[in-house]
Structures are given as structure tokens and as C-alpha cells.
Design a protein. Structure first.
Length: 100
């Protein structure tokens, strides 16, 4: 299932509040599609490490799922299409420092 459709699916399929065990029992086998499709994870795989969390709403559950996706769901990690190496902009050279 694509992540943009997941929120509506969770709202339709589950009754809230619900705990991790209830989510896994009802929809745990549903896969959340990764960008490359080879590394998709099931909802059970994503939520089981959380233990005994309880979700008050579909939005709460959706946010938790999205927030716990693996790095396989990130495009090019640390990619910046704005030019220079971001590490270069993080440091201020002593002769360029401005004091107020």
C-alpha cells in the first residue's frame, strides 16, 4: 500500500483507541510500499518494536508508522540539490565571524 493511501485505510479499517497488538492482529500483514518496492515493510514489522503503545486516532497511528519507517524509505540520504556540500555552510570561518 502506498503511504499516501495509508491514512484513509487506517481510519476505515480500525476502531480507536487501539494498541499495537490490535493493529498487528487486524492489519499487520499490510505492506507499506518502499520507493524501490523490494524493501517494503509490513505494519507489524514497523510497529512491533514499539511494545505496548496505544493509538488514540488514525492520524496518531499513521504518524507513528511514517515516523518509524526504515532508511529504505528515504530517497538519496543527505541529498541537497541546492549546490555546495552542506557541511561547508555549517561552519563559520574565524575571519568571517561577525560580532554584534
Amino acid at each position: 500500500m502506498e503511504s499516501h493511501a495509508l491514512s484513509a485505510f487506517l481510519a476505515d479499517e480500525l476502531t480507536y483507541p487501539i494498541d499495537v497488538e490490535g493493529v498487528v492482529e487486524h492489519v499487520g500483514d499490510v505492506e507499506v510500499d518502499a520507493p524501490d518496492a523490494d524493501n517494503s515493510e509490513t505494519i507489524a514489522t514497523i510497529l512491533t518494536p514499539l511494545g505496548t503503545a496505544t493509538f488514540e486516532s488514525a492520524d496518531d497511528l499513521y504518524t507513528t508508522i511514517i515516523g518509524n519507517l526504515s532508511d529504505d524509505y528515504i530517497g538519496r540520504k543527505f541529498y541537497d540539490d541546492r549546490g555546495a556540500d552542506p557541511a561547508e555552510s555549517w561552519r563559520i570561518l574565524p575571519d568571517q565571524a561577525v560580532s554584534f
